[in-house]
Design a protein around this ligand. Structure first.
Ligand SMILES: [Zn+2]
Ligand SMILES: [Zn+2]
Length: 156
């Protein structure tokens, strides 16, 4: 939803409340992330062809666990100030791309579904949270060493 700037331009310098809901987004940057609806709550004012926006941003982000890749939903909240140039004759400003960019660059990309997530079997990809006793038959030492290496790495 673009922000209508006319009411702000009519009263330069006057802070007015802003409540907006932006559509979410589906992005693939090192793993799939889905951002739900983004709520903006705060204030804005216009001065000298610039819109000053000061808002609480909240959204839910669905992203994969760093170890087992299960989808986790994480609430995102951030207070942020933006400035947008208001082009001559503009009636609205689309703040959504900037807000999405900010959410993507500020959220934590390394989340775990739970602190003791066991991750995936490094050999076959089995989810070790569901199959904690999962083992591969001995006899393939090379692969097992690689497995142990990944196991120690993924529990760091
Ligand atoms: Zn996990
Ligand atoms: Zn396995």
């Amino acid at each position: 939803m673009p922000i209508n700037v006319l009411e702000f331009l009519d009263r330069p310098g006057r802070r007015l409340p802003v409540h907006a809901v932006l559509d979410g987004s589906h992005v693939e940057v090192d793993g799939v992330r889905t951002i739900g609806e983004i709520q903006l709550d705060g204030e804005a004012f216009a001065q000298l062809s610039t819109l000053y926006l000061d808002v609480d941003i909240s959204a839910n982000i669905v992203q994969p666990c760093r170890r087992c890749l299960a989808s986790i939903e994480i609430p995102f909240k951030l207070r942020e100030s933006f400035t947008f140039p208001i082009p001559p004759q503009a009636e609205t400003i689309d703040v959504r791309p900037h807000v999405i960019e900010l959410v993507l660059s500020s959220h934590d990309p390394n989340v775990l579904c739970r602190p003791d997530c066991r991750g995936l079997c490094p050999i076959c990809g089995e989810d070790l949270n569901w199959h904690p006793d999962h083992r591969h038959a001995a006899g393939d030492d090379g692969r097992r060493k690689l497995g142990e290496f990944f196991e120690s790495w993924s529990t760091k």
